[in-house]
Structure formats: C-alpha cells, structure tokens
Design a protein around this ligand. Structure first.
Ligand code: IPM
Ligand code: MN
Length: 372
C-alpha cells in the first residue's frame, strides 16, 4: 500500500519522537512491502520563528494533499508566560483541526501489564483498565466567540454546539462502543450548562438506533473522580472538547506515564495522529523523551488504513521494549536508554522478531559484548 504522510514535528520533543515513529513506519514498509512517502512541514512556535505564522499556507496544502498526518507536539514556554502574545503556537494546531475538519479525537487509555506497578494508582484499581475517550475536537469553548473588553478587564469564551456537531461524533462513539464492551458514557455538565443539555438530548435520541449499547451519563466533576476511583467502569467515554482535553490528561496517569498515550483525530476526509503529551520543552534535545506515544500514534495510523497485521507488529515490538525494560527514564529513572535507542529497539523488533537478535541489540545499547 502507498500512503502519503505529512510529518509535522512541531515544537519541543515533537521532532524527536516523530523521528522514532518514522523509524518504525519504515520498519513496517520494509517488513510488509509497503511504500510510505513523507513530507515534512512546519507548525507551531518553530513555524512562527521561521515564517511568522503558526500554520503556514504551505503546511495546510501539504496536509490536505497527504493521506495522513503524523503530528509531534506544539507549544513553547516563551508564549505561555506572555498573555499579551497575539500569535501563539497552539493556534497552529487548532486551526489545522478546524481547517481539516478533524471533529473526532480518539484517545485510548490502557494499562500495560508490565508497567502496572509504576502507576501512582494502586494495582487493584487499575488492573484491566481499557477505555477510549471520544473527544469532540472542532467545537465548544475552544472555537466559540472570544471577547475582551476595550479596557482589558472583562473576557469571555463562548461554548456553542449544534445538533449536527454532536450527532456526527456521537455516531462514531456508538459504533466504537458496539464493537467493544457496549457501554457508552456521555460526560457533561448538564446540571449547569445549556450546551450539555443539548448533548444529552441529541445523544439520547441517537442511542435509540444503537439498542445494543448501554448509554449512561455522568457529570464531568464526578467523572474526574470516577476515572481515578474505578477506571474499569468505563468502555467508551463521549464528551465535548474542553472536558475531553482535561479528562484525557487525567486518564494518562493511570498507565504511569503520559508518554505512552497516542491519539487519532479523524474527519470525513482527513486523519491526523499525535501523541497526547505536550512539547515538554525541558526535555528538548536531551534524548530522554518517551517515543512510545508517538510510535503508538503511528500504529493508530496503520490501523486507520486497515493494516491490522502491521499494527499488531508495532504493538508487539512496543510491548517487548516495555517487557525488556528498554524504556526512557520517565518509566524507569535508572534506565540507561534514551529516545533514539528505544526507537531503534522497537523498529528493529518490527523488522526482526527473533529473540536472539534483540538480546544482541540490547547489549549494544548497554555497551556489553555484542557476541551472543
Ligand atoms: C491536546 C492539547 C491541545 C488542546 C493544545 C496544545 C491546544 O492540549 O491536544 O490535548 O488543548 O487540545
Ligand atoms: Mn490536552
């Protein structure tokens, strides 16, 4: 299969982790005889620096012409600490989501059995966690009208949703639930917000066409608590843009590191794959960032194109790196391995699943004998 992939490394650790994901995709090409082509494009703070625009027109064109986009991370502390900045790196990603109409953001949350003891939460609570967040991505408070009074003392952000915006993602979430454990939880704040009441109405109605799926509702404040208290109660969570942003970061602690969680942003015509972690500027160029979330995002890309065996090969190689503790310091503070070594290990294990070679490979990293 030929797939045209736009590579948007972005800021901070983004380019580092995307490089590792590309190594893995190349390993998939080699092993399964595919041809992927890669076109790099600028986005975020780096794009502002080079062009004055966080999403240059050229980048939009490259993304529109690609079959899929692999995205690193966005953001720079320079802008975070400057409330006066009118051009911000994040605008690049938000505009891209809007421009490509990537209305559904899918964030799977799972616990890797090998890492269960590394989670800050107790094993009994998190064992078996496996849920997916369907976050609406192009509406709500992120994109509603923004106002700032002339004297700069009053500000507002409008949270607006239309029936159509709710219904298109709701169908995808119900379909996902149908193919999983058949439970859908709508997370909202319907006791306070009019927009949440619209969500409930529309989702309840759509639920009638999916009778096999059990639909329930949870207020977002309670959901924030339940995700930590009993994550096993969730199968598919459907929620609006801002709530989804917050609960997906929260959910990432279950697995022990935010550096493990991938995501897919899907529209009718385009698809973008990105780790859920941010740009982690402190780790830039230090070779310590965890590449697994980016590599798993590449696996979601493969899955999106129906390449199941290829997806499994990537997951298997990732599991092996965790099992053999070829991991970055966020997972094991004493680990001698860095971003690129972990990327190499996973890519090599996609190409060659022979155990002996892998032991050999590990020895190289440890500076031990490479003769087996
Ligand atoms: C995410 C990020 C973005 C968001 C930022 C970088 C704009 O936090 O993808 O979760 O808030 O959506
Ligand atoms: Mn976020």
């Amino acid at each position: 299969m030929n797939i045209k992939i736009a590579l948007l490394g972005g800021d901070g650790i983004g380019p580092d982790v995307i490089l590792q994901a590309v190594k893995c995709l190349q390993a998939v090409e080699e092993t399964f005889n595919h041809t992927f082509s890669y076109t790099e494009a600028l986005v975020g703070a780096i794009a502002i620096e080079k062009t004055g625009n966080p999403l240059p027109t050229e980048t939009i064109e490259i993304c529109k012409n690609a079959d899929a986009i692999l995205f690193g991370a966005i953001g720079d502390p320079k802008y975070d600490h400057n409330p006066e900045a009118t051009i911000r790196p994040e605008q690049g990603l938000l505009q891209l989501r809007k421009e490509l109409d990537l209305f559904t953001n899918i964030r799977p949350v799972q616990v890797f059995p090998t890492l269960i003891d590394r989670s800050p939460l107790r094993k009994e609570i998190i064992q078996g966690t496996n849920f997916t967040i369907y976050r609406e991505l192009t509406g709500g408070i992120y994109f509603g009208e923004k106002k700032l009074s002339a004297d700069g003392t009053v500000a507002s952000d409008l949270c607006e949703y239309s029936e159509k915006e709710v219904s298109r993602i709701a169908h995808l979430a119900f379909k996902a639930a149908k193919s999983r454990r058949k439970k859908l939880t709508l997370v909202d704040k319907a006791n306070v917000l009019e927009s949440s009441r619209l969500w409930r109405k529309v989702v309840t109605k759509i639920g009638e066409s999916y009778p096999e799926v059990h639909l329930d509702f949870m207020f977002v404040d309670n959901a924030a608590m339940q995700i930590i208290l009993n994550p096993n109660q969730f199968d598919v969570i459907l929620t609006e843009n801002m709530f989804g942003d917050i609960i997906s970061d929260e959910s990432s602690v279950i697995g022990g590191s935010i550096g493990l969680l991938p995501s897919a942003s899907i529209g009718a015509e385009h698809a973008l794959f990105e780790p859920i972690h941010g740009s982690y500027p402190q780790a830039k160029d230090k070779d310590i960032a965890n590449p697994i979330a980016a590599i798993l995002s590449a696996a979601m890309l493969l899955e999106h194109f129906g390449l199941e065996e290829e997806t499994r090969a990537v997951l298997k190689a990732v599991n092996k790196s965790l099992r053999k503790e070829v991991v970055t310091p966020d997972i094991n503070p004493n680990s001698p391995y860095g971003t690129s070594h972990v990327g190499d290990f996973i890519a090599n294990n996609i190409v060659d699943t022979e155990d002996q070679l892998n032991i050999n490979n590990e020895n190289i990293g440890l500076g031990k004998s490479t003769i087996i």
